[in-house]
Ligand binder design. Structure first.
Ligand code: ADP
Ligand code: ADP
Ligand code: ADP
Length: 213
């Protein structure tokens, strides 16, 4: 299956991507994780992306699209994938269609994770991630067994630079202006599958898996 996950920052895309991809035995591809890995390794791509990310803005399309094009040319995604964080505007969505058409394939479904703004701020302010693998948890709702250490892999947890409250509010505005129009774009093409993304993580995964079947 070729799936796109869409939803505001903090909707649980990264969290659900892990479980859904494992359930379907397809790789999850997160543009945010790829950017963060490049930033921490200090690559030219990372240096280019960092200022935009820290400000809560989208990295320019030409940079992002080049990176995604390369990633989608890898053999592991030829049989299917779950895209988390891409596309984030209609220009990117059109390029994604083109990339897939070049390979004689197309998207199967766009899963929309719906969460209210009030819950988003609470989720993101407690979010912690591990540097090694980008595993996500929450200091209150999904607390690690040992503070500061990732349950999944034992590596150190940190708070993202762009998870400060004022940056989060700006990212929500960016989502509404630039990314939310994708909901209409995909709905018109009958690809949209909206699900309520509140409640326990496991229940959201079950809701997603039921909707995908
Ligand atoms: P979240 O999980 O909070 O929605 P991500 O980890 O997906 O955030 O993205 C973090 C940042 O990386 C974004 O704010 C943006 O600067 C950059 N980014 C990720 N994906 C894209 C994309 N498709 N286009 C442009 N910028 C992106
Ligand atoms: P190639 O060596 O030509 O890139 P791969 O071994 O990567 O081929 O992929 C095998 C098949 O899957 C090819 O027919 C290719 O067109 C197709 N394919 C490769 N990448 C993707 C992708 N991201 N999405 C859809 N189909 C792909
Ligand atoms: P996104 O990738 O959409 O930005 P994340 O998957 O990183 O979202 O989740 C944001 C924060 O919310 C994390 O701290 C995560 O642990 C937490 N979270 C994810 N799903 C839920 C849920 N169903 N209920 C409560 N908290 C959640």
């Amino acid at each position: 299956m070729r799936i796109v996950l869409v939803g505001p920052p903090g909707a649980g895309k990264g969290t659900q991507a892990q479980y859904i991809a494992a359930n379907l035995s397809i790789p999850a591809v997160s543009t945010g994780d790829i950017f963060r890995a490049n930033v921490s390794q200090g690559t030219p791509l990372g240096r280019e992306a960092k200022t935009y990310m820290d400000a809560g803005n989208l990295v320019p399309d030409e940079v992002t699209i080049g990176m995604v094009r390369e990633r989608l040319a890898q053999p592991d995604v030829a049989g299917g994938f779950l895209l988390d964080g891409f596309p984030r505007n209609t220009a990117q969505a059109k390029v994604l269609d083109e990339i897939l058409a070049e390979n004689d394939t197309e998207l199967d479904v766009v899963l929309e994770l719906k969460v209210d703004d009030s819950e988003i701020i609470q989720r993101i302010s407690g979010r912690r991630q591990c540097r090694a693998n980008g595993h996500v948890c929450h200091i209150l709702t999904d607390a690690p067994k040992v503070a500061g250490i990732c349950d999944e892999c034992g590596s150190e947890l940190y708070q993202r630079d762009d998870d400060r409250e004022e940056t989060v509010r700006h990212r929500l505005d960016v989502y509404k202006e630039q990314t939310e129009p994708l909901v209409g774009y995909y709905s018109e093409r009958n690809l949209l599958l909206p699900i309520q993304a509140t409640g326990p993580v496991k229940e959201v995964t079950e809701r997603a898996m039921t909707a995908l079947r």
